[in-house]
Design a binder for this molecule. Structure first.
Ligand code: NAD
Length: 482
């Protein structure tokens, strides 16, 4: 993208593009070229966004299911029509490859089409009462204003998830996109809902400069109108925000990081497992919460598995995500490159074997596989997320011991088991302490209708229509009649 196409961006508040006095540069992680100049929001602008969402709430909550459905269906059509712009934007703003960007467009449109019908879900129950002459009703109600924090990775779809789930159940929304992706993680969604004709104030987006997230988001924690904090991001930030939400007594949804181990048992289809791991570990340069970070492979097939995986991984084309055939683009910033390099250096210094990768050109880091990693290495204990293209493979003799070791991580997002014995796979899956587990599939199996979410340090809350639990509350009403 050249400087001529760079535009100065505004916030989106109460159905209008609201300019800001200050701006900050958003640059391409591949070559540092300027992508956009985004509004550097102030506390007053965030307050205005919350007030607009609060004012819009009664109207949005009482819209008929059919009227809301028509809006979401229109937004899905616009999203698909803008496919090529979005793929380009995701590449230049976040280094996302064409395949992942295109998948996010399809997934987002699919989510909107499903959410379009959620207004018709049952909205309560009639209960028997022990008091003669009394009827009890439980009504499911939207919460009010839901404040969302969006991450830069999977930026386009995850911003939609942050917006669509609460809105589909009658809440209004204000979001604060990541400062690394203000356009693809918030502003483009506002453009689409604006064009679709969503009512003013139903979605509001305020952006902020690096280092100003906490000050801007004070508006969300301090306003009584905000009833829930809807966060997707790291467990590090979640701990800070959860403390603030606790003080303010606000509900929270937390979609956080993961370690996502895979077990490859001795009866697994090795080629299938190699494809699933190659995709699961290195898609989007290892910058997805559900990327596979560690694979435990039965000793009898370990060497064959590693050889086939290394060959496939070494063949992945790296570079400009918009170039034909490239599947490995740049990492998001210098900090991500430094973290990936330091985790590899730490492992190799402690005796690990570098099977493939380990090199880096600019911010394009080669997909890297390590074996024989001692348990003293931080990355292999799964105690901190390495958000980059690093995979650790470990051989095991005892499948149950490997299963227990795979669970010995603070995270609990996703896991996978590869085996030719479906019953054994399902039995192990039933004991896996994660929010998602896949038998004979990759650790990443995102579908808009399925409930994504984690346990332990991977957070809480579920997507798909199960989000009704997170974004509505129950009210008891009784009628005494005789
Ligand atoms: P991050 O925690 O750095 O930022 C997430 C959001 O929080 C951003 O909007 C950021 O501006 C904001 N933020 C950061 N510090 C803040 C503060 N002190 N006060 C207020 N807001 C603050 O995460 P990221 O780097 O943008 O995203 C990557 C992380 O998100 C990874 O850990 C990844 O695993 C996780 N993630 C989880 C899921 C999921 O569905 N479980 C999906 C995508 C990403």
């Amino acid at each position: 993208m050249t400087n001529q196409t760079v535009t100065e961006r505004s916030h989106y508040i109460n159905g209008t593009w609201a300019p800001s006095a200050r701006h900050f540069d958003v640059s391409n992680p591949l070559d540092d070229s300027l992508v956009a100049r985004a509004a550097a929001g102030t506390r007053a602008e965030a307050d205005a966004a919350v007030a607009a969402a609060d004012q819009a709430f009664p109207g949005w909550a009482s819209l008929t299911p059919g009227a809301r459905q028509a809006l979401f269906l229109r937004a899905a059509d616009i999203t698909e029509r803008r496919h090529d712009d979005i793929v380009h934007l995701l590449a230049v703003e976040t280094g996302t490859g064409r395949a992942f960007a295109s998948y996010q467009v399809r997934l987002s449109a699919n989510l909107m089409r499903q959410a379009a019908s959620w207004g018709y879900l049952p909205c309560g129950d009639i209960l028997r009462s022990d008091t003669p002459g009394r009827t009890a009703m439980v009504q499911r109600k939207p919460l009010g204003v839901v404040a969302g924090f969006t991450p830069w990775n999977g930026a386009f779809f995850l911003a939609w998830r942050t917006i669509v789930l609460p809105m589909a159940f009658g809440n209004t929304v204000v979001i604060k996109p990541s400062e690394l992706a203000p356009v693809s993680a918030g502003l483009i969604q506002a453009e689409i809902l604006h064009e679709a004709g969503f009512p003013a104030g139903s979605l509001n987006v305020v952006t902020h400069a690096p280092g100003e997230a906490a000050a801007l988001s004070d508006a969300f924690f301090e306003s009584p109108a905000v009833r829930s904090i809807n966060f997707t991001g790291s467990d590090r930030t979640a701990r800070i925000l959860a403390a603030r939400a606790g003080q303010a007594l606000k509900r929270m949804v937390l979609e956080l990081g993961g370690y996502n181990p895979m077990l490859v048992l001795d009866d697994a289809d090795v080629d299938h497992a190699v494809r699933a791991v190659n995709f699961g570990a290195f898609f989007h340069q290892g910058q997805i919460c559900m990327n596979t970070r560690k694979v435990y492979v039965a000793q009898s097939i370990h060497d064959d598995f590693v050889a086939r995986l290394a060959e496939r991984t070494g063949g992945l084309l790296a570079g400009d995500p918009l170039a034909e055939g490239v599947v490995v683009g740049p990492l998001i910033n210098d900090a991500a490159v430094a973290l990936t390099k330091s985790r590899i250096r730490d492992a190799v210094d402690q005796g690990a074997t570098l099977v493939t990768g380990g090199t880096c050109e600019g911010r394009v880091h080669a997909p890297t596989i390590l074996t024989h990693v001692p348990d003293t290495v931080r990355a292999t204990q799964g105690c901190e997320e390495t958000f980059g293209p690093l995979l650790i493979v470990e051989a095991f003799d005892d499948a149950e011991a490997a299963f227990q070791k795979a669970q010995d991580t603070p995270y609990g997002l996703s896991a996978a088991i590869m085996t030719g014995d479906a019953a054994k796979g399902l039995e192990m899956a039933s004991r896996m302490d994660t929010g998602m587990v896949h038998v004979n599939g990759a650790t990443m199996a995102g579908e808009a209708s399925l409930p994504n979410g984690g346990v332990k340090d991977s957070g809480w809350g579920r997507s798909g229509h199960y989000a009704v639990e997170d974004f509505t509350e129950l009210r008891l009403a009784t009628l005494t009649h005789g």
